[in-house]
Structure formats: C-alpha cells, structure tokens
Design a protein around this ligand. Structure first.
Ligand SMILES: [Zn+2]
Ligand SMILES: [Zn+2]
Length: 308
C-alpha cells in the first residue's frame, strides 16, 4: 500500500508487477504530473511498501551519487595533464590507496545505513515529511536547500572544531586525517561516530526544520543530500581549477579551503562556506597564519603605546 497519491485507492488501481508498466499507467492517468513526479510516484506505487521504498531509494541515492561523483576524480588523478591544478601536485593517490579507501567506505556505508533503511520512513512520517506528489514549488525547494546549506555549514564548523580536541581527535577524527592530501573517495573515509555526528548536519538539520515548520518534502531532502554529497566529494578532490565554484562565489569554500585543512591539520573547519573560519579567525595555511601574527603584533604594539 502506498500513500504517494495521498489516496491508497489510486495507487492500488495503477499498480502493476512491472515498474515500467506502472509508470505507463501513471503517465496515462496523471498527465498533470511532471516526468520526475511520474518516476517518483511509479517507484512508490510499484514497491507497494513506503517504508522499503524510502529506505532502498535513499540507500541507492547515496551509493550512486557518491561513487559516480568520485569516478571523474579517480580518472583525473591518472591524467598528468590535470596535475597543474592539483593543490598538492606531488601527492597523487596510488591505485592501492584508492582501492583501500573504496572498500572501507563501502563497508561502513553498509554497516551504518543498514538500520536507517528500515527506520527512515517511519521517522519521516512521524515528523511530517511528505512523499506525496505533486512536489513543492522550485522556489520553495531552493530556499529550503539554501537554508540547509547554511545550517549544515554551521553544525559542521563547530562539530569539526570539537573533533580536533584531544580524545575526540585521537579516537575518532584521526581516521579521516589519514590522507594529508585528500582525494574524492576519502570524503567519507571516517570513523562511524564521525559519520553519525557530522551526518547530523545533513539529515538532522532538515529534521529540526520540519519540527519547527511542520512541512518538508522528501524530494527536497533528496536533492539536498545529492548537492551536499557533491560538495563533500569535490572539497576532497584535491583540485582547484580556474572554473571552480569558489572563483565565482568568493564565500564558497571548495577544495582549496579543505585541502589546506588536511595539509596543516588545523584551521578551515567549515564545510561549504568560508565565513565561519574568516569571522572566528581559524583560517588555515601559511598566508592566514602570517596575517594572524601580523594582526597580533600590531595589537600588542598598540597596547604598549596606550600603556606608555
Ligand atoms: Zn579535521
Ligand atoms: Zn576532510
């Protein structure tokens, strides 16, 4: 039984043992739906079990987006032509390193996500996250996703900063810092405790949002997760191109920002934007360090003058 049409009878009438036949039935009887809405509602109608439909869809969405986004970076790493844009050009990940990272990430995905497959949909339902068609307007989705980017970035900045303290670093975050020169696949190479706590920024913030507003669509959440995965993989790619997003949006962090974090182990804690590290004076790298020292020196000189 599926509530994708808000009415179980419609779904039951359109359901067929074949996914594509279900899709055809929906296209014929619900022409007001756009193509994406038709594919979405056909999946829920065909599965006939919303808990499994959401769980499997989210698991596959994560796996396909993550590994397909990593693929171009794995190819680029093998092509010397791109070396001129590599931030740490002497540190190219070997095939052995990439293979090890791939296996670890895949295993942790299965271990960490096995339970959420069964619990995610009931949790969404109890919070008021809808799976029904039609989807919300593009304007609403854009505003919500922009808000999620800001909230996740704030969560990531503080949680990541905490992970650099003593025991948190030693027992949890050190695993992610195995690679001083990151590469795409290493984005989610982390201790399960880190995956869960930093992952709260991605999934937990939209949950808080729906608790407050009472309204959010699962499709919006899916688009947000895809964009956030792109951001995470790209910021670990190790490449800074003249056409990278941070060249057009100066507040966008990008690979240049996060590569410095892996290189120096300190500073640049935020994920998507530069403003937290800029405002709280935690920018990484030699240039930021000398600017910080210069500011401290002039402040000390001013104090001496004032006291004289
Ligand atoms: Zn770190
Ligand atoms: Zn990282």
């Amino acid at each position: 039984m599926s509530s994708v049409f808000g009415n179980v009878t419609i779904a039951n009438a359109l359901k067929d043992p074949s996914y594509f036949k279900t899709l055809q039935n929906i296209a014929a009887s619900q022409p007001q739906l756009n193509v994406v809405e038709q594919y979405w509602s056909a999946w829920y109608t065909y599965m006939n079990n919303d808990v499994l439909a959401t769980g499997i869809f989210f698991f596959l969405l994560h796996e396909f987006t993550y590994f397909f986004r990593c693929l171009p970076w794995m190819i680029i790493d093998q092509m010397p032509y791109f070396r001129k844009w590599k931030i740490q050009p002497t540190k190219i990940p070997s095939a052995k390193e990439q293979w090890y990272c791939f296996k670890s990430v895949l295993l942790s995905h299965f271990l960490v996500e096995a339970i959420p497959i069964w619990t995610f949909h009931p949790m969404c339902e109890s919070l008021g996250i809808s799976v029904e068609v039609p989807f919300p307007t593009i304007k609403r989705m854009t505003l919500e996703i922009a808000l999620f980017f800001c909230l996740e970035d704030m969560w990531h900045y503080w949680a990541h900063r905490l992970f650099h303290y003593g025991v948190f670093y030693k027992y949890i975050h050190k695993q992610h810092h195995r690679y001083a020169a990151p590469f795409g696949l290493s984005a989610e190479y982390a201790h399960p405790a880190e995956t869960l706590s930093l992952g709260f920024g991605t999934v937990g913030m939209p949950m808080l949002y729906v608790l407050y507003t009472g309204k959010l669509h699962l499709f919006t959440l899916s688009v947000w997760v895809v964009l956030r995965l792109f951001q995470a993989v790209d910021s670990h790619s190790g490449y800074d191109f003249p056409w990278s997003l941070n060249k057009f949006l100066p507040f966008w962090a990008g690979a240049e920002h996060h590569d410095l974090h892996h290189h120096y182990f300190i500073g640049n804690y935020a994920s998507s934007f530069r403003w937290w590290d800029y405002c709280l004076d935690t920018e990484a790298g030699p240039e930021a360090k000398s600017a910080r020292e210069e500011r401290m020196r002039s402040k000390a000189e001013k104090n001496v003058k004032k006291n004289n």
